[in-house]
Design a protein around this ligand. Sequence first.
Ligand code: GRF
Length: 210
Amino acid sequence: MSSIKIAVFASGHGSNCRALYEAIISGKLNAEIGLIVSNNPDAGVLTWAKEKELAHIHISSEQFDDKLQFHHALLRHLALHHIQMIVLAGYMKKIGLPLIEAYPNKILNIHPALLPSFGGKGMYGEHVHKAIIDYGAKITGVTVHLVDPEYDHGAIVMQKALEVSENDTPQTLAQRVLALEHQTYYRALQLFAENKVIIKDRKVFLSRNI
Ligand code: GRF
């Protein structure tokens, strides 16, 4: 069974990163976390990475004179660690073109709603769940998608749904959606590890004969 070396980009707590790590440890995901990248020096995910002795870096565009230098440095780190795919897990920065071009169809993101609804700029964290409740949507869920230059726009790899209850608050909904994210992200990534993903006309198809 093939395995992929991934970099996880996270800005905060990193519960999705931990869930991926658990999936790897328990043999459900054939991957290796080669590097954890954070733009936030105080991110919980960096403290956790240190505890687990996983390679990690704090790198942000603010440390460089311009975006070009930032991207060169970031790409150099990724190359040094032989990273094959980038997995965004609560990374609060827009991914720049140099990264998208260096990793074509190899950058994944997870969004806490069913795209293309409730996505785009400003739709993150509890804003998403509040918008869903305010709209009166009856179903929400999670979307794993490839990253392209537009926010929350790339080809959809996997979606899972759950019902919104009349008693839900943005907080209760956020909790249930996050738990579903933890059950979904590694499954989507495993499709790449198994080389099952075919991308045609900006759509993802799964090859069944592998
Ligand atoms: C998740 O809800 C994810 O969908 C979004 O950011 C959140 C990150 O949570 N992109 P965590 O840091 O993985 O706990």
